[in-house]
Design a protein around this ligand. Sequence first.
Ligand code: C2O
Ligand code: CU
Ligand code: CU
Length: 514
Amino acid sequence: MITRRNFNKGAVAGAAAIAAAPLLDTYMSTQALAQNAPAPSRPLNIPPLYAGKISGGVRVFDLNMRRGNTEFFPGVKTPTLGINADFLGPVLHMSAGEQVRFNVKNSLGEPTTLHWHGFHLPAKHDGGPHQEIAPGQTWSPQFEIKQHAASFWYHSHMLHQTAAQVWRGLAGMMIVDDAHARALSLPATYGVDDIPLVLQDRSFNRDGSLSYSTDMHNTMMGNLGALLMVNGSINATFAAKTKLVRFRVLNASNARFWTIGFSDERPFHQIATDGALLERPVRLTRLSLGPGERGEIIVDLGDRKPVFLRNFPLPDGGGMMGGGGMMGRMMRRRGGGMSAGEGADFLQIIPASAQAPASTSAATLPNKLLSLPRLNPADAARTRRFVLDMRMGPMVMMGISNPVSINGKVMKLNRIDEVIKLGDTEIWEISNRSPMPHPFHIHDIQFHILDRDGRPPAANERGLKDTVVVNRGETVRVITKFEDYADAQTPYMYHCHILEHEDAGMMGQFTVVA
Ligand code: C2O
Ligand code: CU
Ligand code: CU
């Protein structure tokens, strides 16, 4: 038997290291609930795969955003939100080139939106803050899937409410398929050897309700939950039937940066980034994902040994340990809790003693996945610069200056920050002057990372991306092309994907014009 003592250790056990009183209370109440939590053998929740139905040549999805109750702890009902479910939503499946329509009904009793993260689409169908769905209304965007095969996601993007609504459950994964990916021999049987892992963290109050706060500390650091969960399950076990398993890993946390790996340090291969397969599998022992990012990995369970997926503490506390003054101290305190080298296990994997034969599942990895053309920096019409910054102190406390900004500005719904010419290739240069990392996300497009502080990106970051972590003090350059859709009236967003930062205004708007 393997030990279970590390299950969620570091997360809950970090309580004692947290000095702030309200936080301590939340950690203690979460711990109290966790002690009554199921033995760590609850089967991993695998959301249903939902392919909609074809009607008049269009793939139609009916999505109902609603309230529900979820038993994260046995016998304890937690009020949550979900899409066609009590918490989170189904995994939506569609193919490149298809027309899709989403009938999104808002049964929440409060306004919301639903955004298709990573999709290239007309701005009015993007589901950002300008496409608000009033309570009781149904919003029906229709567009063509112009993506490569990869894992995307959908989530609330309600102005100032995104963080709270996603925390309560308004998020789900989308899988896009294409002919090229289908022809590769990759594990692709959903729920068997092709498994979504929606990574989140949550804290609870003593009554079982989700604990969420918009105080200054949580606005600065984002809400970090005391418990790690996968697909809404805490301390889950996945019973693997095959030798190779593909995990589609989505960091759907509000603010937590994850660095995952296996408890026995076995290597694995990353095969896809946010928006496409990589050129070839990249061998890793750790995968770091900021909020919003995805990575598909393949692990070999041929030794039939049980193993845990573990969240490892970042070597430098995620870049959060630096910075002097009040913010530096706050971040150091928040970064504490896990002793170095130890991590929190969040998923137990138990391989079957008799594994499925190779004929029903991919047995070896292809060594070529996908070659994509790259844009030439010399063809860029211009370089646009974005400076991410954070502020603390009395002016912020009094509400005179804002804690977060991009280019010194705070998101305004009626201000277009950038206007881009349709068909232009552009370089976006994002500099982080704040003491913590920010995952920078751009709507409508996928990009390639050109460099980080002038150095080429790591092998597993060379694929298509829509979200990139910009570490403190770092400058990242990305290149992309704005194609197909122009609309001078309706903007797309770019923003930090720490949802509390987004809600506090670390977001801007761009239009693409003909
Ligand atoms: Cu994941 Cu602006 O979104
Ligand atoms: Cu997005
Ligand atoms: Cu941020």
